[in-house]
Design a protein around this ligand. Structure first.
Ligand SMILES: Cc1cc2nc3c(=O)[nH]c(=O)nc-3n(C[C@H](O)[C@H](O)[C@H](O)COP(=O)(O)OP(=O)(O)OC[C@H]3O[C@@H](n4cnc5c(N)ncnc54)[C@H](O)[C@@H]3O)c2cc1C
Length: 323
């Protein structure tokens, strides 16, 4: 934070300790780094590196655009393979492999999830705030958090879903299930009283018309269908058992997961150059001297909240001290 503020980018800290430029403009960060490189007289060559030059086990340059660029050391900081239109197409893994490095399994992480549940498409565009999202592996709860999520044409996305995705180790259809608590501030008993209150004000109305105050409009036809109670049923004919089942659906709305969206849509790539083959103090390769790694190309990834940028900054800083 000091570094960026000294470069003239004032910062602010928002909910959850998330740090942003006061301007809310990511371009200010890029511009500040760019002008600092220029101030330090760093020569920038905008070309795509094709290969490493390795002689006698020492990395001493790269080739790009059919030309050789010789140097005392080389830092591979090519990012992962997610969001390739930001430039990170996975080249770093190939460069590392050419120097004998092991690349651990590459997987999308912090990625939207697909679902075969027909209602996701119907709910497309519906954003839920202040809900609790739980992720189950079989019957075991492996993630639970309060926040925001979004339904899309393919399934679910949004901050809670991206975080949940990083807990999925072995994606198999129907193995993982999401459960949404749409009324986390109310206990099941409090929710039941609330539903009873709404019902008592609408005793002679159809079920579908008597719950409008309870849930977002888009959700109502879907949850009515899932409840098994006919939308035209008069509220005064709904049994206590049916009302309780309806309440449970609001507290435990299930979404089955069929897979990850492609790596192109993942915020980060999990996996990469094996950390066992990198000196953690200097970021230098243990297999090839003069070769260094930093950032997402390494098999390290973190949660949402700035940890991935921090990994990139910290590993680059250590590498830079030792290049
Ligand atoms: C939409 C989105 C939102 C994100 N939000 C956050 C967030 O809020 N907080 C957070 O911590 N992280 C976030 N991340 C993740 C974070 O941006 C990355 O983890 C981080 O930028 C990785 O830094 P890096 O320098 O290793 O790689 P990158 O930032 O990917 O940079 C790699 C660079 O290498 C260049 N390159 C690739 N191949 C070659 C080659 N052969 N020759 C020359 N150059 C090459 C690329 O053009 C690119 O400029 C987000 C990512 C995405 C996609």
């Amino acid at each position: 934070m000091n570094f960026f503020e000294e470069l003239g980018v004032p910062l602010k800290t928002e909910r959850g300790n998330r740090v942003f430029p006061v301007s809310d403009n990511a371009g200010d960060i890029v511009d500040s780094l760019d002008s600092e490189l220029r101030r330090l007289g760093v020569k920038i060559i905008r070309k795509r590196v094709e290969s490493l030059i390795i002689e006698d086990g020492i990395c001493c340059g790269v080739t790009a655009g059919g030309r050789e660029y010789r140097s005392g050391s080389v830092l591979v900081a090519c990012g992962g393979k997610s969001y390739p239109n930001t430039g990170s197409t996975g080249d770093g893994y190939k460069l590392a492999e050419s120097a004998g490095h092991t690349i651990t399994e590459l997987k999308p992480s912090l990625v939207p999830l697909t679902s075969d549940d027909r209602f996701c498409n119907e709910l497309m565009g519906l954003s839920l705030r202040n809900v609790i999202l739980k992720l189950y592996d079989g019957g075991k709860l492996i993630y639970s958090e309060m926040g925001e999520m979004l339904f899309t044409h393919f399934g679910v996305s949004g901050p809670l879903v991206l975080s949940a995705s990083s807990h999925i180790r072995n994606m198999q259809k129907s193995r993982y299930k999401l459960v949404i608590d749409m009324k986390p501030a109310l206990s099941p008993e409090q929710l039941d009283s609330r539903i009873q209150r709404d019902f008592s004000e609408n005793l002679n109305r159809d079920f579908i018309n008597g719950i409008r105050k309870l849930l977002p409009a888009k959700m109502i036809p879907v949850i009515v269908r899932l409840s098994g109670i006919s939308p035209e049923r008069k509220i005064n004919s709904i049994t206590r058992e049916e009302r309780r089942r309806f309440g449970s659906l609001i507290k435990e709305f299930p979404v089955s997961i069929s897979g990850f969206r492609p790596v192109d849509e993942a915020i980060i790539t999990s996996g990469g150059v094996s950390v066992k083959e990198i000196n953690p103090k200097t970021m230098e390769s243990k297999l090839c001297s003069g070769l260094f790694f930093a950032g997402e190309v390494i098999d390290v990834d973190g949660y949402t909240g700035g940890f991935n940028l921090q990994i990139a900054f910290s590993t680059a800083y250590s590498a830079a001290l030792n290049l």
